[in-house]
Design a protein around this ligand. Structure first.
Ligand SMILES: NC(=O)c1ccc[n+]([C@@H]2O[C@H](COP(=O)([O-])OP(=O)(O)OC[C@H]3O[C@@H](n4cnc5c(N)ncnc54)[C@H](O)[C@@H]3O)[C@@H](O)[C@H]2O)c1
Ligand SMILES: [Zn+2]
Ligand SMILES: [Zn+2]
Length: 394
């Protein structure tokens, strides 16, 4: 089959690789009809390179049609339409039972000291082949795939794999009081969807922040004010204070993560680490602060005393310094983590009807053949051609 494979820093290619096969009795193989490109894939493209091997198949936002089922699969049949969550979670362990699918105890990566395996996401998370491909082997066929109705276009359901549950969890973790103010830093797919969900759930004042003009415009077009960070942190912080009687926001979502714009020293360090041989690069990432924390610092500045920071942006360094004095003094609560996809599916499915309150049908800005995936990575990374959300058609 054809699949998007990683070869090195900023080097991904569509190659012919072996077709996936059923390995366990409850596996299914899904023929992929649409597959998303995520901001998390950009970390693999550029920064997390010490944790990848040439030939790794990327992608964790797939949907498609069940092509093969193992003998122990009773809940799905060939031809069913399914979305695959990015967490590889068993559905029946202690953690899954508590809605913490990203910590699934059946797929936790204990040698790496990390949580549940993820599709297409490095040796840190199980090195499971990903879904930017023609076919995908999916374990736990009785519980992991999300069966969706036939009929509406793929765009209606695809975002259940990642964008929707990630944004929903970020908004829930932010726990903004109904009469309060929520600031969303970063208006890529995740931040944009956070603003839509928060507004839909009735948060009184939602404000976005980014520095890419068309991303700001896209959010403003839905009636959400958006602040332009290219005017500088101080201007953004001043605007947030003036909207909140000088106190700051009740809650801030960081939907940016480790590659934030505005951290020049760490940006240079990330480039150096990415160019190192993988063993050395891993050691450095695990022992030296290597995240660009500009967005997190902005979040700490923008949140009011006693407020909440909800982190959905991914951070990767183990020794990233945090301003503990300020966090403690401001009495900030922080909640974070990979999204627990299945935890939020029952809340999200009713929002995916024909009235389309979250605007999923037109959320993607680009749909491209899988064969053009390498160009898509560089376009999404460089934020050219108005690319906000790219979907591949294998
Ligand atoms: N927690 C999860 O389960 C989960 C799931 C999906 C994605 N993510 C993470 O969420 C983050 C966002 O993902 P995305 O797909 O929207 O990616 P993206 O890269 O398209 O979006 C990031 C946005 O942040 C903006 N930005 C950069 N620096 C900024 C700053 N200092 N302040 C404000 N905005 C800034 C960029 O211009 C960009 O629009 C990534 O870190 C990704 O890895 C986490
Ligand atoms: Zn993702
Ligand atoms: Zn589990």
């Amino acid at each position: 089959m054809r699949a998007l494979t990683w070869h090195g820093r900023r080097d991904v290619r569509v190659d012919t690789v072996p077709d996936p096969v059923l390995e366990q009795p409850d596996d299914v193989v899904v023929q992929i009809t649409s597959s998303g490109l995520c901001g998390s894939d950009l970390h693999l493209y550029e920064v997390l390179t010490p944790f990848l091997s040439p030939g790794d198949v990327l992608g964790h936002e797939p949907m498609g049609v069940v092509a093969e089922v193992g003998p122990a699969v009773t809940e799905l049949s060939v031809g069913d339409r399914v979305v695959i969550p990015f967490n590889v979670s068993c559905g029946h362990c202690w953690m899954c039972g508590r809605g913490l699918q990203s910590q699934c105890e059946t797929t936790q990566n204990r040698e790496q000291g990390t949580g549940a395996s993820l599709f297409g996401y490095t040796a840190l998370y199980g090195q499971v082949p990903g879904g930017q491909a023609e076919y995908l082997r999916v374990p736990f066929g009785n519980s992991l795939p999300i069966r969706v109705p036939q009929g509406p276009p793929d765009d209606r359901f695809l975002f259940l794999s990642d964008v929707l549950p990630t944004a929903y969890q970020a908004v829930q973790y932010a726990a903004t009081p109904a009469d309060g103010t929520l600031v969303v830093l970063g208006l890529g797919p995740i931040g944009d969807m956070c603003t839509r969900i928060a507004a839909h759930l009735g948060v009184r004042q939602v404000v976005g922040v980014d520095l890419v003009p068309e991303r700001l415009a896209r959010v403003e077009a839905r009636g959400i004010p958006a602040l332009d960070l290219s005017h500088g942190d101080d201007e953004v912080l001043g605007a947030i204070r003036s909207m909140t009687r000088g106190r700051g926001a009740d809650a801030v979502i960081d939907a940016v993560g480790m590659e934030a714009h505005g951290s020049p020293v760490a940006a240079a360090a990330q480039k150096v680490v990415a160019a190192m041989p993988s063993g050395l690069g891993r050691t450095v990432m695990e022992t030296v602060g290597s995240d660009r924390t500009a967005a997190l610092e902005l979040a700490i500045g923008a949140v009011r005393r006693g407020g909440t920071i909800s982190l959905s942006g991914v951070y990767g360094g183990s020794a990233t310094p945090l301003p503990m004095l300020t966090l403690f003094d401001k009495q900030v609560q922080m909640r974070m983590g990979q999204a627990n996809v299945w935890r939020w599916v029952p809340d999200l499915l009713p929002l995916l009807g024909d009235d389309d309150p979250l605007g999923v049908d037109h959320f993607a800005t680009h749909r491209m053949p899988l064969e053009e995936a390498a160009q898509a990575y560089s376009m999404f990374q460089d934020k050219t051609d108005g690319a906000v959300k790219v979907l591949f058609t294998p």
